[in-house]
Design a binder for this molecule. Structure first.
Ligand SMILES: Cc1cc2nc3c(=O)[nH]c(=O)nc-3n(C[C@H](O)[C@H](O)[C@H](O)COP(=O)(O)OP(=O)(O)OC[C@H]3O[C@@H](n4cnc5c(N)ncnc54)[C@H](O)[C@@H]3O)c2cc1C
Length: 422
C-alpha cells in the first residue's frame, strides 16, 4: 500500500487513535483540533470504563415507557428537552423505530464485537507505545441492590459468555469481599462481575498517545477550527478543508469530530448524530478509601471508577442539544448515589464536568467511507467511545486501505439501510 497524505479532524480519543494507526501504516498524517489541546471535548472526563460486556444501544424495547416516565421525574437519569430542531426530532423518531428486541440484539452484537476487537487493539497500542493511563484490569462489577430474576441473569451470563466475556454472578459476601468500602447499611443482593473488562483515564491516554506519535512524525495542529469543505467541480470528491485562514489539501480526510460532525457536514451529508449530555465528578481519594474498582450501580445507573488516586463518578443522559452547562444539582445526584453506597465522599478538590456523547439512533458508531470520495467518518460512538476507540481506528484504517477486516465494515456504514449484521 502506498503512503498517502491524510488529514484527521478532531483530536479526541477517536481522532488520536485513528491518527496513530494511520501513521503507523506509513501515511503522512496531520491532525487538526479546534481546541488548544487534545481530549478537551467528550474524551476529557468520561466514566473511564473499557467494558465490552456493558455495551448496549440505548434503543431497547422498554425505552419509550422509561422516557415518558422520566418527563415527570426530575431525579431520573434520563432527561429530554426539545431544542426545536428537525434533526433532533428525526433522530428521536429513528431511535424509537429501533426500540424492538430484534434491532436491540443486532446493534448490541455490533457494539460488543467492536469492543472486543478494541480490547485487543488497545493491548497492542500499549505494548507498542508504553503509554500509561491509570489502567486497572480488575474487571467491572455491576452491583444489584434488588436481586434480578434468576432466569434473566442466567440468560445474560450465557449471552456474555457466548461472546467470550469472562462474566460471573457474585453472591453478596463475595461482592463485599471485593468492594470492602461498601457501607454495612446498604443492602446488596449480588453482583455481575466481568473479569476481562477494565478501566482507565481516557484523557491521559489521549495525551500520552498523541505525544508519542508527535515524536514520530505526526503533525498536530491545535486551535484549528475546520469550517468548510472544498469539493471538486463535480461535487464528488473532497479535495481540501478550510479554517478561517488556512487550507489543507490531502488524499483522504477523516472526520472524528464527535458531536460536531452533523453540524459541520450538514451542507454535504446527513449524519444522524445528536449530543446526549452526561456529567462526571472527580475527586482525589486515597487508594484504601471508598470504591476500589469499576462499579456500576444498577439502581441509579451511577458508574464509579478508580483512576489511580482519584475516584470518578459518571452518569446521566440528557437530550438537550449542544448545551454544555454544568448543572451542579445533577452532579450532586451522582455524589448522593455514591454516598448511599460507600458513605461520605471528600468535598475538597472535586472537579465537576459535563460532556456530550455523540449518539446515533441505533447506538452503532459510523465508521467508514461516505458517498463523497476521500471523506471518511469515524464518529458517533455515544456512550462507549473510549471502549470502542482502538478497534474503530483499526476498522477505519482497513476501509481506507481497502483490505479485509475482522469485522464487516457494512455493519458500521453511514447509510443505515446498508448496515448488515456483523
Ligand atoms: C458522562 C460521560 C461518561 C462516559 N463514560 C464512558 C465510559 O465509561 N466508557 C466509554 O467507553 N465511553 C464513555 N463515554 C463516551 C466517550 O467519552 C465518548 O464516546 C468519546 O469521548 C467520544 O470521542 P470523540 O473523539 O468522538 O469525541 P471528542 O472527544 O469530543 O473529540 C472530538 C474532537 O473534535 C474536535 N472538533 C470538532 N469539530 C471540529 C472542527 N470543526 N475542527 C477541528 N476540530 C473539531 C473537538 O474540539 C473535539 O476535541 C462517556 C461520555 C460521557 C459524556
Amino acid at each position: 500500500m502506498h503512503a498517502r497524505k491524510i488529514v484527521v479532524i478532531g483530536a479526541g480519543v477517536i481522532g488520536v487513535t485513528t491518527a496513530h494507526v494511520l501513521r503507523a501504516e506509513g501515511h503522512d498524517v496531520t491532525l487538526l483540533e479546534a481546541s488548544p489541546a487534545a481530549a478537551s471535548g467528550t474524551s476529557y472526563a468520561n466514566g473511564g470504563y473499557l467494558s465490552a460486556a456493558f455495551c448496549a444501544p440505548w434503543a431497547m424495547p422498554g425505552l419509550p415507557k422509561q422516557a415518558w416516565a422520566a418527563l415527570f421525574d426530575r431525579q431520573a437519569p434520563f432527561r429530554w428537552r426539545p431544542d426545536g430542531s428537525l434533526s433532533q426530532l428525526r433522530w428521536l423518531r429513528d431511535l424509537w423505530s429501533h426500540c424492538n428486541a430484534a434491532d436491540f440484539s443486532t446493534h448490541r452484537q455490533r457494539l460488543i464485537r467492536l469492543a472486543l476487537l478494541s480490547r485487543v487493539c488497545l493491548q497492542d497500542v500499549v505494548a507498542q507505545t508504553g503509554v500509561a493511563f491509570d489502567f486497572q484490569s480488575s474487571g467491572v462489577l455491576q452491583l444489584f441492590r434488588q436481586a434480578p430474576s434468576a432466569n434473566i441473569m442466567e440468560k445474560r451470563l450465557q449471552e456474555l459468555q457466548a461472546f467470550g466475556c469472562d462474566a460471573h454472578w457474585y453472591e453478596p459476601d463475595q461482592v463485599r469481599a471485593m468492594e470492602t468500602g461498601l457501607s454495612q447499611s446498604v443492602r446488596i443482593a449480588g453482583g455481575l462481575h466481568v473479569r476481562d473488562d477494565a478501566s482507565g483515564d481516557c484523557e491521559r491516554f489521549v495525551q500520552e498517545l498523541l505525544a508519542w506519535n508527535q515524536a514520530r512524525g505526526l503533525h498536530f495542529e491545535p486551535n484549528v477550527q475546520v469550517e468548510s469543505l472544498e469539493l471538486d467541480t463535480c461535487g464528488e470528491r473532497l479535495c481540501a478543508v478550510r479554517s478561517k485562514t488556512q487550507r489543507w489539501q490531502a488524499d483522504a480526510f477523516v472526520f472524528a469530530t464527535g458531536v460536531d460532525t452533523a453540524r459541520l457536514l450538514r451542507p454535504y451529508l446527513r449524519v444522524p448524530i445528536v449530543p446526549v449530555k452526561g456529567y462526571s465528578v472527580t475527586v482525589p481519594l486515597a487508594h484504601s478509601d471508598g470504591a476500589q474498582g469499576a462499579v456500576i450501580d444498577d439502581t441509579s445507573k451511577l458508574a464509579i471508577a478508580r483512576l489511580g488516586h482519584r475516584l470518578r463518578l459518571a452518569g446521566m443522559a440528557e437530550v438537550v442539544g449542544h448545551d454544555r452547562h454544568i448543572d451542579t444539582a445533577r452532579c450532586q445526584q451522582l455524589v448522593d448515589h455514591y454516598v448511599s453506597l460507600y458513605g461520605p465522599m471528600p468535598e475538597e478538590g472535586r472537579q465537576l464536568w459535563a460532556g456530550l456523547r455523540p449518539m446515533t439512533p441505533d447506538g452503532t458508531p459510523i465508521i467508514g467511507a461516505t458517498p463523497i470520495q476521500g471523506l471518511y467518518l469515524n464518529a458517533g460512538h455515544g456512550t462507549y467511545g473510549w471502549t470502542l476507540a482502538c478497534g474503530s481506528a483499526q476498522l477505519l484504517a482497513d476501509v481506507i486501505a481497502k483490505r479485509p477486516s475482522t469485522l464487516s465494515p457494512n455493519a458500521y456504514a453511514l447509510d443505515p439501510a446498508r448496515r448488515e449484521l456483523v
